[in-house]
Design a protein around this ligand. Structure first.
Ligand code: NAI
Ligand code: 15L
Length: 267
């Protein structure tokens, strides 16, 4: 196996629990970590409870690790004070520890919300300027820039996956465009970990859905070919008059409902 020990952060979360069942064969040991409760370790696993905002604990967590799947953190819009601990200080602690421990590669679970204020009529790629749609999206931009810096300064490689919507099935009409199946997510992680050279890559994590807001040409070197499509869920969203009006922000911007959830501070 190419890796001795892979660290998965966010292991108690929605995606972490799915990935736990799928990445066992990728390393001799998978170290699972979260601030929340996790099932006990099975063969080939280690379970370590850790708050990402605790710098010393994260350094200890990283010992003996050679690759990281960084999925831990606040995963929706929240007060900046909460986001800063897990996503900004936490991601900084993770990169600093990874550098100190000689980690070769990190896959960072970024989000479509780094780009959420682009319109649904646009097709964006890895070089399109960021337009975060809230404090959560801003924290993902921070992770993307931080990882860019660590690559330029130290050679630590990162693939930033701007995940669309990875759930068992699309929950809204918007998610018919942003849907990423669990199989395609797993395949994108496999490509991101096992391609010989990735440098610092930004890729959109979506399935082969009929409508696309994302152009992954600049991440072609990953070799990611999604197999699934949200078309399998067409029956969930029959065309009807109930589709939100054209002046509803959630149908104008790619970030959907997130674009009206972030704070606007007034004196
Ligand atoms: P989730 O909220 O279910 O899981 C996140 C996990 O991070 C939780 O188990 C939580 O306990 C843990 N966590 C939060 N603060 C922490 C801290 N201070 N220290 C250690 N652990 C902490 O979210 P989900 O859906 O599993 O997403 C995983 C990652 O993927 C997140 O980073 C999220 O931003 C990203 N993502 C997910 C998308 C999706 O469609 N599921 C879309 C875009 C991005
Ligand atoms: C995200 O970044 C969130 O983590 C996830 O819960 C979904 O809301 C997703 O984006 C989305 O945009 O559908």
């Amino acid at each position: 196996k190419p890796f001795k020990r892979i660290l998965l952060t966010g292991a108690a979360g929605g995606l972490g629990r799915v990935l736990r069942e799928r990445i066992g064969g990728w390393a001799d040991v998978v170290r699972l970590s979260d601030i929340g409760e996790m099932d006990p370790a099975r063969a080939g696993e280690e379970v370590v409870k850790c708050d990402l905002s605790d710098k010393a604990a994260v350094l200890k967590l990283m010992e003996g690790v050679d690759a990281v799947l960084h999925f831990g953190g606040v995963s929706t819009e929240h007060a900046f004070e909460d986001i800063v601990q897990a996503n900004i200080i936490g991601t900084y602690n993770l990169y600093e520890a990874a550098h100190k421990c000689g980690v070769k590669r990190i896959v960072f679970a970024s989000s479509n919300h780094a780009m959420g204020f682009h319109r649904q009529t646009e097709v964006i790629d890895a070089d399109t300027p960021v337009r975060p749609d809230g404090m959560y999206g801003i924290s993902k931009c921070f992770g993307e820039n931080l990882s860019r810096y660590y690559f330029d300064r130290t050679g630590l490689e990162t693939v930033c996956i701007r995940i669309g919507s990875s759930f068992p099935e699309p929950k809204t009409r918007r998610m018919m465009v942003t849907y990423l199946s669990y199989d395609d997510l797993t395949e994108l992680l496999r490509c991101s970990l096992f391609q010989p050279r990735v440098g610092h890559t930004i890729v959109y994590g979506v399935s082969n859905n009929r409508e696309q807001w994302y152009d992954n040409t600049k991440a072609a070197h990953l070799g990611y070919r999604p197999k699934d499509s949200s078309a399998a869920f067409d029956h969930l969203f029959p065309l009807s008059a109930e589709y939100p009006a054209k002046d509803d922000a959630s149908t104008i911007y790619q970030g959907g409902p997130f674009v009206t959830q972030g704070p606007i501070y007034k004196d």
